[in-house]
Design a protein around this ligand. Structure first.
Ligand code: APR
Ligand code: ZN
Length: 372
């Protein structure tokens, strides 16, 4: 059997917070036991990459976590993948044996959950280097590289029929939104829903709500350019808080007859979690959080929200267990039961990745797919 060698390839390395990524020749180690090395085909830029790049301290680093690729080689003990398999990478894995993986109630794998220190789960090491200097990972995925190494529990084999330049969106944002609507909130027919933030995540919630037969889907965003696109995902009412001189939750309560059945925070602003909670109705109103805040991580609420029966519920990756659930979501896309292409507003070659950062920071795109 051929032993995989070190690969030298191009990667977009972040050397400092908030500074343009730089294309470098990086060395990518062979996959270690239970890891696989993946040739990245496409990676889309997600808001969380930007948040981490702007606010975190671990550098140099290769960001990127929403991606599709093809297995190039497998490490010792990997039986699930062979060279040539099509995969989606995932920022939260599934070991299938921990307490959470065994529970129907959770997708928070305790072994391969969200990795925050920029290293691999197995040995706290990195698989990248530039001129002998280690380069850190991001969310144990690091897809802004032509090749990357991931734990085999952080990749999902998908149908080779599915176009990799589209389904990369299902490895994070679109799946997170659909899952929040279906698994976490479990929206029922005829419901009234409000969504704060009409980026890809919020609009995927809208799509999920529409497919469940919600009767009213209120979208809240400060960027009026989001409205046209929002309509095609099912948003029925658009509210721009800057156009009102009363708190937006008051407007929402008025147009929903006393508060919505569900509210979703898809901005990453904890102040808006409070607003979302105030916007849902007494008794059964449910607020689901999807956003990842950059600052002010604390959430404030008057306890009366809970005295009146409201629920605040967190979510990660829409409650999906990646290995168990993503293949069927990909099949839903193949069968045209869900829309994914419509979220892709831009396509760019790998070397132009900094343009994608600019587009997203300026609010000019939903998803920008980077072709390696
Ligand atoms: N009020 C209303 N809308 C806002 C506000 C605000 N104060 N601030 C930002 N927005 C809108 C933006 O105009 C944008 O349309 O929120 C939307 C966020 O969308 P994107 O930036 O495209 O982000 P997205 O990829 O959809 O992710 C949303 O989920 O996964 C997390 O980290 C991610 O926190 C982020 C959130
Ligand atoms: Zn697990």
């Amino acid at each position: 059997i051929d032993q995989p060698n070190v690969i030298t390839c191009k990667a977009m390395v972040a050397w400092e917070a908030g500074k343009d990524l730089v294309m470098e020749e990086v060395e990518v180690s062979p996959p270690q036991p239970l890891e696989i090395r993946v040739k990245v085909i496409c990676t889309s830029l997600c808001r969380t990459d930007i948040t981490a790049w702007e606010s975190q301290a671990i550098f140099p680093r290769i960001f990127g976590h929403e991606a599709s690729g093809i297995v190039e080689s497998v490490g010792e003990g990997v039986t699930e993948f062979v060279k040539g398999d099509h995969v989606l990478t995932v920022f939260t894995g599934e070991c299938k044996t921990c307490k959470h993986c065994e529970s129907k109630k959770s997708n928070m794998c305790q072994v391969l959950g969200l990795e925050r220190r920029g290293v691999m789960h197995s040995d706290q090491g990195t698989r990248f280097s530039v001129k002998g200097k280690p380069v850190y990972h991001y969310c144990a995925v690091s897809s802004f590289s032509e090749y990357t190494v991931v734990h085999s529990g952080c990749a999902v084999k998908v149908s080779p029929q599915a176009p990799l330049d589209k389904i990369c969106l299902l490895s994070c944002g679109v799946a997170a939104g659909l899952g929040a609507a279906w698994n976490v909130a479990d929206i029922s027919k005829g419901s009234i829903v409000v969504i704060f933030g009409l980026g890809t995540v919020g609009l995927a919630v809208a799509q999920g709500a529409k497919l469940r037969g919600a009767s009213q889907i209120i979208g809240v965003d400060i960027n009026p350019e989001k409205y046209e696109k929002a309509k095609c995902f099912g948003v029925t009412d658009f509210l721009n808080p800057n156009e009102y001189n009363e708190p937006i939750q008051q407007v929402i309560k008025r147009i929903s007859g006393g508060g919505t059945d569900y509210s979703f925070e898809c901005i990453g602003n904890t102040g808006m979690v409070t607003t979302a909670l105030q916007s849902c109705c007494d008794g059964w109103g449910l607020t689901v959080t999807l956003g990842v805040p950059k600052t002010n991580p604390e959430i404030a609420s008057h306890y009366s929200a809970f005295l009146s029966g409201k629920t605040l519920k967190g979510s990660l990756f829409g409650g999906w267990k990646p290995k168990s659930d993503l293949p069927s979501l990909v099949n839903k896309y193949i069968n045209r039961d869900i829309q994914v292409d419509e979220f892709i507003t831009h396509n760019l070659p790998f070397e132009d990745i900094n343009k994608a950062f600019t587009l997203m920071r300026e609010g000019k795109c939903l998803r920008c797919v980077i072709h390696m």
